[in-house]
Design a binder for this molecule. Sequence first.
Ligand code: UDP
Ligand code: MG
Length: 308
Amino acid sequence: MKYSIVLPVYNEEQNLPHLYKRVSSVMEKLNENYEVIFVNDGSFDRTPSILKELHEKNKKVKVINFSRNFGHQIAVTAGMANSSGDYLAILDGDLQDPPEILPDFFDKAKEGFDVVYAVRKKRKENFLKRSAYSLFYKILHSIADIDIPLDSGDFCVMSSRVVKAINSFPERNRFVRGFRSWVGFRQVGVEYERDKRFSGESKYGLRKMFKLAFDGIFSFSFVPLQVMFYLGSVSLFFSILGSLWAIYMRFFTTAYSRVPGFATTIILIMFVGGLQLFSMGVMGEYLRRVYDEVKQRPQYIIESKIGF
Ligand code: UDP
Ligand code: MG
């Protein structure tokens, strides 16, 4: 198998026919063996039946049906694990990533780049989402232990050795674009204009977006823990000074009986209390992930596979 295309889809019934048409016409022109792997992430619209029809029409279409919705990153993971191409491409199922630029990506990969990732030049999304994304990528870029490129999503082409490396990651909290950087080898970014979603609504709600952002930050950085440590140290330092001052006032001066400092006390309690809760929250994020990994549950359950 030369090329594998992985397409995670969740309730994308209106996009599927166009998606299939555009992807297959691009791939047919390359005149090489290829497979298109759709990962149906627990859709409850007509997605599964359309995928079945597509497979009956074209045996190069393969389908993995999940038993429920496991999330986009897990769907990508399953597609990668079941692929067999020398080169693998990941695209969104809503045509935001134009398949027409894949041949350029494959050419770059054949030049010797193990990862050719797409960099979003312009986003045709609303201002709020754009700013949130750009802030997230900047934070992640500055605190992650690895060099995760700015404004690159999952849209990419990878060589089979990178795919194999990522498949060997046992993690359950998956941030595929982070794994991709972590693996190393020669990588190159190619700019592209990210289109608008072809049809339907975004399947990434606020919760899913936060989960992705947190997985990126907490899986690739210990900076939040270190910040906690520094803030804790600073507040400890000042509380020692404050205590010494209080002891001095109590035992060595007569002014103490006037009991000023009510505001100071309240502020200190609130500050230290807030700091402690915040710190515990950060620790909780790591702990939650440790617990999740220790449980060793499978990453996903496949209901059925078609065409493999
Ligand atoms: N998706 C998925 N499972 C989910 C959410 C999304 O497989 O739980 C798929 C979705 O069908 C699409 C891709 O992931 O093909 C990207 O999602 P979407 O376009 O909704 O995200 P956005 O582009 O708005 O960030
Ligand atoms: Mg989209």
